[in-house]
Design a protein around this ligand. Structure first.
Ligand code: NAP
Ligand code: HSE
Length: 436
């Protein structure tokens, strides 16, 4: 069979890993693909930049048109990141009759419907396994391995940078800024690491998963999200005291005829598998109506794990499997029945609350009364001995940590607003959800 010529746009962390696999394992890839897969072009922004490796036989250029206009190129791999330039390259590649492989979750979360419509019109495949959870083949697991199921819920650690930072902070006592710098140096972070730590990257991946697992067409802005950038060390410590670990989680659940979605730092009981996921590792728990509980674990970021997923997609393009998947599953189809999103205000979960309060009689009672009036039941409370009095003899404020039973989000928000207005409350309260 004729070889598959690849034009790769982007030769950074992931691109260099893809080039390494394709140039160092030619025989293995050809056997799995049923034909040779040749990396013909690599497009970069800056030709003068020093590269760690020289990939023999690969033409490195700074003009993407060389790839798009080359009739020998059968597939374009987009690995530049960002949205606007990547969108143009992907649409131009499809219009020129090339298949596309991409690791770009931001692009899919914002322009999935447009890109898949262009692929449909051109009768070409778009494969994007590397866009979610790096080296874990989670999209294939859901759309092939769990095809018999209606996915009911998923909970996932999807950002290697955040999980690495949280692990370094909790296990290594490393400061947040140092842990983030290390994650960048290790190649886990996005070009703009704000997208990692503020929860946007996880929301991009959840938007893709929402389509694959539930057929929901959601944009990033539809997903309520919080990152780890405002987490305080005190909450990591209290969570540990309570027997929990804090993880940045993507959460999706079918409930009351709609889909509940969110991204937030959440407390996970220490004996749950997700609490045992450390460093740059990702994990996805998927519950299907037939299979029940399943768990997928592996490296979610970095050069070679992500390249593993990109090359698997290239092999699927070479064999024709990617074209079949694209045609049959028809992602982001305009004909698919809509899946409504549940308003965040109606969702229910257990919560961790931390207040900084004056050490006076009746304070805990007034907080408990407000929670009680909103129907929020207290599961446990921690309050330690106060800090020594200051030079005026005033006792310092004390933290009060409350774990609640299940509470409706809207009721909880109202209660916190009311509590934060009490004159005995010294700082805005902290609230984190519990993942069951
Ligand atoms: P990166 O290290 O920043 O590399 C980006 C590459 O794209 C560089 O080679 C850069 O050229 C090139 N580039 C940027 N803009 C370009 C343009 N307009 N035209 C041509 N080339 C351009 O990024 P990365 O970490 O490999 O990530 C690539 C994609 O994979 C992103 O979508 C990211 O979200 C996704 N991803 C990354 C990981 C990870 O762990 N890093 C994991 C999963 C998915 P120069 O080298 O000349 O600057
Ligand atoms: N920046 C991302 C992360 C890369 O840290 O998980 C993988 O998508």
């Amino acid at each position: 069979m004729q070889q598959l010529s690849v034009g790769m746009v982007g030769l950074g962390t992931v691109g260099a890993g893809v080039a390494r696999i394709l140039t160092q394992h030619v025989g293995r890839i050809a056997r799995r693909a049923g034909r040779p897969v040749e990396l013909k072009w690599a497009v970069v922004r800056d030709l003068k930049k020093r590269r760690d490796a020289d990939f023999e036989g690969v033409r490195v250029v700074d003009d993407v048109r060389k790839v798009i206009e080359d009739p020998e190129v059968g597939v374009v791999v987009e690995l530049i990141g960002g949205v606007d330039a990547a969108r143009r390259i992907v649409l131009d590649a499809l219009a020129a009759g090339k298949h596309v492989v991409t690791a770009n979750k931001a692009l899919l979360a914002e322009h999935g419907p447009e890109i898949l419509a262009a692929a449909r019109a051109a009768d070409r495949a778009v494969a994007f396994e590397a866009s979610v959870a790096g080296g874990i083949p989670i999209l294939g697991a859901i759309d092939v391995g769990l095809a018999a199921n209606q996915v009911q819920s998923l909970a996932a650690i999807l950002n290697g940078t955040c999980n690495y930072i949280l692990t370094q902070m909790t296990q290594g006592g490393i400061a947040y800024s140092q842990a983030l710098a290390d994650a960048q140096a290790l190649g886990f972070a996005e070009a703009d690491p704000t997208l990692d730590v503020d929860g946007t990257d996880t929301a991009h991946k959840l938007a893709v998963l929402a389509q694959i697992a539930f057929g929901a067409d959601v944009r990033t802005a539809d997903i309520p999200r919080e990152g780890i950038d405002r987490l305080e060390i005190a909450d990591l410590t209290y969570a540990r005291e309570l027997g929990y670990t804090i993880k940045l989680l993507a959460h999706a659940r079918l409930a009351d005829g709609g889909l509940e979605l969110r991204v937030a730092p959440s407390l996970v009981k220490n004996d749950r598998p997700l609490a045992q996921v450390h460093g740059p590792y990702n994990a996805v728990r998927v519950v299907g109506d037939a299979v029940g509980d399943t768990l997928y674990y592996g490296r979610g970021a970095g050069m070679m794990p992500t390249a593993s997923a990109v090359v698997a997609d290239l092999i699927d393009v070479a064999t024709g499997r990617a074209a079949i998947t694209s045609r049959v599953l028809d992602f982001w189809s305009p004909d698919a029945p809509p899946v409504p999103l549940l308003p965040a205000s109606r969702t229910r979960r257990r919560n961790y609350l931390r207040f900084l309060i004056a050490d006076r009689p009746g304070v805990i009672a007034s907080i408990a009364t407000i929670l009680g009036h909103k129907g929020i039941s207290i599961a446990s409370v921690i309050q330690h001995e106060p800090t020594p009095a200051d030079e005026n003899g005033e006792p310092g404020p004390v933290p009060l940590v409350i774990m609640t039973h299940l509470a409706v989000e809207e009721d909880l928000r109202d209660a916190i607003r009311e509590i934060d207005r009490l004159d005995v409350v010294r700082a805005p309260s902290v609230r984190l959800g519990v993942e069951e």
